[in-house]
Write a new protein. Structure first.
Length: 240
């Protein structure tokens, strides 16, 4: 598990399942993805105007982190179907990866003009605005999502991530707690709260989170760095 942007990673990996026709694509290794890409490209030679094939190929490009290739496919689709929701949503993501934030924002806004209640686009736009340092707008948007989806763990986790980055420690701890309450088996949320609690010098609480992760089956070795940080912080505190 990576230390940064765990909430973002979870969201985008789940979102990719939307357009990939093969549910097992996540489990494929790099070679298998290359093979899938080759097959999709070959099929497109016979059906170059097939939107479904282009969406499938673009999805594989995304998983291979071939951002420009994915963007080219979405451009092709949107030139012909300006309101294609999948293409708008994932081109926004690709534009974000390419640091084309204004274009990403425009794609999200165009999608929401068609489907104002589109959950993924609302969340994506809030996260983008936060990343682009439009903090007030982003926080207003994520607060609105919390009010609309009070049973969504990912919305609370997203708001917690924003708050943590802005050093709003207490609200972030509360929101991670709500995310964990709604999705208690999600290791990413609990690990993020453990790291936050270490920064807050809430050592006992942080250890409880780490110990719970071990109970849930997370390999202790993957948490060694966090336990070590916990010990070091605690020692510094005792010296003072």
């Amino acid at each position: 598990m990576k230390k940064t942007a765990l909430w973002l990673r979870t969201f985008y990996l789940l979102a990719l399942l939307w357009i990939l026709s093969e549910p097992t694509a996540f489990a494929q290794d790099h070679k298998a993805l290359r093979d899938s890409l080759r097959r999709a490209t070959n099929e497109m030679e016979y059906h170059p105007q097939s939107v479904d094939l282009r969406l499938k190929k673009a999805g594989i490009n995304l998983m291979l982190e071939e951002w420009e290739n994915a963007k080219n496919e979405y451009d092709y689709i949107l030139d012909r179907e300006p309101n294609n929701l999948a293409a708008l949503y994932f081109r926004a993501y690709v534009n974000e990866k390419l640091h084309r934030y204004n274009f990403a924002r425009l794609d999200y806004e165009n999608l929401l003009a068609v489907v104002p209640e589109h959950f993924e686009a609302q969340l994506g736009l809030a996260l983008l605005n936060h990343k682009d340092k439009h903090y007030t707008e982003a926080y207003n948007q994520i607060n609105h999502l919390v009010s609309l989806y009070p049973d969504s763990a990912i919305v609370y986790a997203a708001r917690a991530g924003m708050e943590k980055e802005r050093k709003m420690m207490e609200p972030a701890e509360y929101d991670y707690g709500e995310a964990i309450r709604l999705d208690p088996q999600n290791a990413d949320y609990r690990l993020a709260r453990a790291e936050l609690r270490i920064e807050m010098r809430r050592f006992v609480d942080a250890r409880e989170d780490l110990d719970e992760l071990v109970k849930q089956g997370v390999n202790y070795a993957t948490l060694t760095e966090y336990y070590q940080r916990l010990g070091k912080k605690n020692k510094k505190r005792k010296r003072k």
